[in-house]
Design a protein around this ligand. Sequence first.
Ligand SMILES: Nc1ncnc2c1ncn2[C@@H]1O[C@H](COP(=O)(O)OP(=O)(O)OP(=O)(O)O)[C@@H](O)[C@H]1O
Ligand SMILES: [Mg+2]
Length: 136
Amino acid sequence: MRFEYTVTTQNFTTAGEASSNTKKTLKLLGIDSKIIRKASIMAYEAEMNIAIHSEGGKILLDIEPGLITITALDQGPGIENIDLAMKEGYSTAPHEIREMGFGAGMGLPNMRRCADTFDITSNPGGKTCVVMTLTI
Ligand SMILES: Nc1ncnc2c1ncn2[C@@H]1O[C@H](COP(=O)(O)OP(=O)(O)OP(=O)(O)O)[C@@H](O)[C@H]1O
Ligand SMILES: [Mg+2]
């Protein structure tokens, strides 16, 4: 079963909708609350990264027997140095974004911590794709 949620860039009115819809869907499907808590953090951080750092994209939620996969895919501009981006506290968020409470540089490390498997692919000028799974 696949659900797809669009994330618009720089729209802080709609930002958060993709992850709250992800959470709603998992609840409706009767998924365990501990799994929902992790999936919600993963989807929220992925969504905010798309809204803040990319030109827009989508969150895909795939549910199969025994496995939830959350994929965050955007239209660029990509990440120059993934090792650096994965470090706690590293952020390129500008001043206005930090004033809204984002930009602690904790999103990607938190996603990796919550997920059972975590994979990020990106290149400068290209798209960024984050694939995360939870065993259920
Ligand atoms: N989808 C993306 N496209 C381009 N760059 C990204 C993307 N996701 C993350 N990055 C880069 O990786 C850095 C680290 O991301 P991370 O989510 O850990 O922190 P943050 O978004 O800056 O702050 P926080 O998530 O704590 O609010 C970002 O500042 C940005 O430079
Ligand atoms: Mg982030």
